[in-house]
Design a protein around this ligand. Structure first.
Ligand SMILES: [Zn+2]
Length: 335
């Protein structure tokens, strides 16, 4: 079975001088044919699918605000244009197409390369460059179509507050987020969801956290949480803004670190979910990092060798996260 991908670049969803721009995907686009994966088509998410996560009133309001033309709708700043409503439904649809292909067994695993991104979008509001929560919409679709438990693992540099909010009272959905502590959106502390221990797991990291820390987090947090929650399918919010030279954050992952953590997720999915795994693009604001990071993800998904470009080690020291990992494991009572 093949690895598949959906590609939704939304060229008209663009705002002057905004970092979440179509050009993020320019280098990646030229390399899409080289990853050994098959492209699949995507249709826009329906209102019904979108309303599994978002308040129908919000959906209606966003449709109206987009009709009126370019606007900034929050302080992040999140922008919309006249095409953004349709673009956002198509981005969610790209993730749905990937999830459906994997669920049906038509594909081994998948990567939805879509924008606008989604993980900050909450049930009641669009925020953080995100309109609809693409990954949560697809995870809910999987639950609607017969799966008992799904899990989202979010390694974007920012906290996936929208996904956390969507899953807060959905006991069939688990969530783990690694993110730089103290940056936008300001949520994602260890104790965020005391009612959902071992199910909603936040891993706030110090600036500079690099390959070594992420490897430890995958082994000492991702693995026991997956083992305990027993998802039947894993979704990954893949943001390439945790790379050490991303222009808007200061974490320390290298491209080979992205490969290592992605490979561990492939192995976890194989061990616990029959390999059912869908990666979804979130942030990442340097086009070269996005292309190299996506290449690393495809190498992990297709079980092929990672390219030479992955050798770009972080020049920053990786702070010792031993006590933080201990604190997180203790809070969730992980074995
Ligand atoms: Zn981000």
């Amino acid at each position: 079975m093949a690895t598949v991908y959906a590609y939704v670049p939304s060229p008209e969803h663009v705002y002057p001088d905004h970092p979440e721009r179509p050009g993020r995907l320019d280098i990646l686009q030229t390399r899409l044919d080289s990853f050994g994966a098959e492209k699949i088509d995507s249709a826009p998410a329906t209102r019904e699918q979108t309303a599994r996560v978002h308040d129908p009133k919000l959906i209606k309001e966003l449709e109206e605000v987009c009709k009126q033309g370019p606007a900034i709708i929050d302080y992040a700043p999140t922008f919309v244009t006249q095409t953004s409503f349709e673009d956002a439904l198509l981005a969610a649809g790209g993730v749905l197409a990937c999830a459906q292909a994997v669920m049906r067994g038509d594909a081994k695993n998948a990567f939805a390369i879509v924008r606008p991104p989604g993980h900050h979008a909450e049930p009641q509001r669009a925020m953080g460059f995100c309109i609809f929560n693409n990954i949560a919409i697809a995870a809910c679709e999987a639950l609607e179509n017969g799966l008992q438990r799904v899990m989202v693992i979010d390694y974007d540099a920012h906290h996936g507050n929208g996904t956390q909010a969507a899953f807060l009272n959905e006991k069939r959905a688990g969530f783990i987020s690694t993110h730089q502590w103290g940056i936008y959106p300001g949520t994602g502390w260890i104790e965020d969801a005391p009612q959902a221990k071992k199910r909603i797991v936040n891993v706030p990291l110090l600036a500079g956290a690099g390959d070594g820390t992420y490897t430890r987090v995958a082994d000492e947090i991702f693995k026991p949480v997956v083992e305990s929650f027993k998802p039947e399918m894993i979704f990954v919010s893949a943001g390439f803004d945790a790379h050490w030279n991303d222009p808007i954050t200061t974490l320390g992952l290298s491209t080979s670190g992205y490969y290592a953590i992605s490979k561990k997720l492939v192995d976890l999915a194989e061990q616990y979910c029959n390999g059912k795994l869908v990666f979804v693009l979130e942030g990442g604001y340097d086009p070269k990092n996005v292309a190299n990071g996506a290449a690393a993800v495809f190498s992990a998904l297709t079980n092929s060798k990672v390219g030479e470009e992955a050798n770009d080690p972080s020049p920053y020291p990786d702070p010792d996260h031993g006590s933080r990992i201990f604190e997180i494991r203790k809070w969730h009572n992980l074995p």
